[in-house]
Design a protein around this ligand. Structure first.
Ligand code: PMV
Length: 312
């Protein structure tokens, strides 16, 4: 028994602490960003001739059978149908997203999660969040090389998480709401490139990098405590320290540093790049009163897009 049409969505995400060090086993903190979302609609293909993939945002409309072996959309659909044990249905799968691509907001993982959820709902076998995360992780591995799993986990669970690679998810309790302003440099930066570059440098000289990653792990643990007790001033301070370390690691970009500076000048409690770096987004911790001023400062410093989100 199936539905005639179902829709599922998954949010974007930002990493508050611990990007990159999380790949090396240190803890990190990520939160969903519900203002931007991926959406998937699944309905019966009335033509009854297999699985039609529609991605109007990228002008794509083709049959699954014509998609390459490692095509990301096709891969997630195939893996999900395998998990459901469904053979050769006739479906029309439409995917849209308001999450900008390749800028650290978790677009790929959110698209996967929306597809997995929608297919589960369509076949009346809704997946647990952990299963959504696990299937999305399979796809992440093909595109990101050595992903930690933080992106698929936060978008699948759609709640603040304290994440350590390979360990059960820990939900984060937020002591007092935190207002973030996200600024997009507009510079696309594929995660696998930055992660691959850092991995190569670290392989040459682990002794130079591992203590830095450990320091970032300590920042993430201290940040967790600060978030849980609702201490925004400390969270902001720790964000600044995290950004300084990421700069030292060669992960930042002059535009990211300029936006971080503009946010701090406009009164942010802290600011840092978020995600893979070399472009993409930065985040600033604001108060409900200072958010508009910080957003305006980011826009006049050249941010291509500004999003406000409140973490609870
Ligand atoms: O997808 P992004 O750009 O937010 O980067 C993911 C975070 C990294 O720590 C850089 C990589 C990973 O797999 O955790």
């Amino acid at each position: 028994m199936t539905h005639t049409a179902v829709k599922a969505t998954a949010p974007g995400k930002i990493i508050l602490f611990g990007e990159h060090s999380v790949v090396y086993g240190q803890p990190a903190i990520a939160v969903p960003v519900s203002q931007v979302r991926a959406t998937c609609t699944v309905r019966e293909n009335s033509a009854g001739t297999g699985i039609l993939l529609n991605a109007p945002d990228i002008d794509r409309r083709e049959y699954l059978s014509a998609a390459g072996e490692n095509d990301p959309l096709a891969l997630v659909v195939r893996r999900t149908l395998d998990a459901l044990g469904v053979d050769a249905p006739s479906l029309e799968i439409t995917v849209t997203s308001t999450i900008p691509i390749a800028c650290g907001l978790g677009s790929g993982a959110a698209i996967s999660a929306a597809i997995i959820r929608a297919l589960g709902e369509f076949f009346r076998r809704p997946f647990e969040s952990q299963t959504v995360s696990d299937i999305a992780f399979e796809v992440e591995k093909i595109y990101h090389g050595t992903p930690s799993g933080i992106d698929n986990t936060v978008v699948a669970f759609a709640q603040p998480i304290f994440f350590t690679k390979g360990q059960p998810i820990e939900r984060l309790t937020v002591g007092a709401p935190l207002t973030f302003v996200i600024g997009d440099t507009g510079i696309k930066s594929p995660t696998y490139k930055v992660v691959g570059d850092l991995r190569a440098r670290r392989t040459e000289n682990p002794a130079a990098f591992d203590p830095i990653f450990a320091e970032m792990g300590t920042l993430a643990r201290n940040a967790r405590a600060a978030i849980e007790r609702g201490d925004a001033a400390s969270v902001g301070q720790l964000m600044g320290e995290n950004h300084a370390i990421l700069r030292k690691l060669g992960i930042s970009h002059p535009m990211l540093d300029a936006l971080v500076g503009a946010a701090m000048d406009a009164g942010a409690l802290g600011a840092k790049l978020s995600g893979a770096g070399w472009g993409g987004n930065m985040i600033a911790l604001a108060t409900p009163d200072s958010a508009a001023k910080i957003g305006a400062a980011l826009a006049s410093a050249g941010a291509k897009r500004v999003i406000k989100t409140v973490v609870r």
